[in-house]
Design a protein around this ligand. Structure first.
Ligand code: ACO
Length: 431
């Protein structure tokens, strides 16, 4: 028998019975849709206890430190798969066969080039513009190039949109960097893998070829896998809400990028690196640990803690290992910032304050060190996150529009403004 919950009212109003749904995993969910018909809404700012949709893409168990894409643990995907397979998996629900993977990779490669006129869109920005500002603008501008004839409710059209975005966003990101640097744009090279191609567009120039290092390319590919999706976070929910009206998908992905850019979301890896620079020496760590624990000091240990993970972020363990691989490859094991990071982690994990609050290093704690070692500037960190997360955004957008019960997203509110009052003509208003 289906479990239900009964809502009773202190004023004697008739009680309401609500169904309880249970997903494959996770906490049971009270389906409150019937409440509206009874004259009630629920109030949950920040969606701390609200499921906004059903989804079969990603599952997180923050208490246990688990992350699954389509049922596959992130560890297995990170070590045994690659980003192209993961994109296919998120979008289609299954790992590809050899033929499916070949066709998918071919299609992504086929779409990496930007429309020639898009160069003019880049040139309209200030040279010093933040790469994320440029990415949001240029990705949004894709809606001007791919709009007529696009039917969001046609699954085949949606797949083409998804392929275009997965393929073109790395080109947009690399070109945003080149524009900052005052260097010519480098065209994608389709013989290269996804990560190698991005490195080629970032680091080669017309006068100097760039040979992607396979260890660094593999590390980048793994970072893309780790960041590909994270269920209904702020940017993904933004993409879903924007897309729920049937809006142009390129504009919707640009809105997701805008949300990701915020320092509470995708901007944390930049903050970690700034903090490590500020600490500067292992001997100063105890001072910063004390500051992090001091409630009168606004300083927090960047890269520690997570809204959902109250255990080790499973991505952090993988990226820590990747960090070792990259620093070994580049002969940077003695990198002072890496040493500070390791010591900070050791001290924090033994400290009662951090243990009691379940504050573990998160994925951002190490990604900045890896990017910096690869020569990627701090201003590009969130852009790389956006590139990787594009796969999740398009998969979630596609899933939402595939649902026959799909509705436009329209939250309610608890109005706390003035009650009805009479209009006062201008000459009769008092200060
Ligand atoms: N350093 C020191 N103390 C911390 C930290 C930290 N990094 N994070 C949380 N705390 C403390 C809080 O002061 C609070 O202490 P109290 O109970 O004594 O008042 C307690 O831990 C709970 O903190 P909340 O802010 O309520 O936890 P919440 O889940 O809301 O915050 C967040 C999560 C925002 C990630 C927080 O841990 C933080 O600011 N971390 C640093 C920034 C960071 O690394 N962000 C990246 C997140 S990962 C990602 O976006 C991919």
């Amino acid at each position: 028998m289906k479990k239900t919950v009964t809502l009773t009212f202190s004023d004697g109003s008739p009680s309401i019975e609500l169904p309880i749904e249970q997903g494959t995993y996770g906490k049971p969910v009270i389906d409150i849709r019937a409440l509206g018909a009874h004259g009630y809404f629920t109030h949950d700012p920040g969606f701390t206890a609200t499921s906004s949709c059903t989804s079969a893409i990603t599952y997180i168990d923050g208490d246990e430190g688990l992350l699954y894409y389509r049922g596959y643990p992130i560890e297995e995907l990170a070590y045994q798969s690659d980003y192209m397979e993961v994109c296919y998996l998120l979008l289609h629900g299954e790992l590809p066969t050899t033929e499916q993977k070949t066709a998918f990779v071919q299609s992504i490669r086929h779409h990496t080039l930007l429309h020639d006129q898009m160069e003019n869109v880049f040139r309209g920005f200030r040279r010093s513009a933040h790469p994320m500002a440029v990415m949001i603008g240029v990705t949004g501008a894709m809606s001007a190039f791919y709009h007529s004839g696009l039917d969001n409710f046609n699954p085949a059209h949606r797949i083409v949109v998804a392929h275009r975005l997965i393929a073109k966003v790395p080109t947009v990101a690399a070109w945003a960097y080149k524009f900052n640097e005052g260097q010519p744009f480098v065209y994608p090279q389709n013989r290269l893998s996804h990560a190698e191609n991005f490195m080629h567009m970032m680091f080669s120039s017309p006068c100097e070829d760039y040979q992607p290092n396979p260890v660094l390319a593999r590390a980048l590919d793994r970072i893309f896998i780790l960041h590909a999706d994270h269920e209904q976070n702020a940017s993904t929910s933004t993409v879903r809400l924007a897309g729920s009206s049937g809006a142009n998908p390129y504009a919707c992905i640009a809105s997701g990028m805008a949300s990701l850019w915020g320092p509470l979301h995708g901007g944390a890896n930049e903050a970690v690196l700034r903090m490590l620079e500020e600490i500067d020496d292992v001997s100063k760590i105890p001072e910063y640990i004390s500051r992090a624990k001091d409630k009168s000091d606004s300083f927090r240990l960047m890269g520690f803690g997570h809204r959902i993970y109250k255990n080790m972020d499973p991505r952090a363990a993988i990226i820590r290992q990747t960090c070792y691989e990259v620093l070994d490859e580049l002969d940077l094991r003695d990198d002072p910032q890496f040493k500070i990071a390791l010591e900070l982690e050791r001290i924090a994990l033994e400290d009662e304050y951090f243990i009691a609050r379940k504050l573990y290093p998160n994925v951002d704690f190490y990604s900045g060190i890896i990017f910096r070692a690869m020569g990627i500037p701090t201003s590009m960190f969130t852009a790389l996150f956006a590139m990787a997360r594009t796969a999740g955004w398009v998969a979630q957008w596609h899933e939402m529009l595939s649902d026959p019960a799909h509705k436009i997203g329209r939250p309610r509110q608890l109005y706390i403004g003035s009650a009805r009052r009479e209009f006062v003509p201008l000459d009769q208003r008092k200060a």
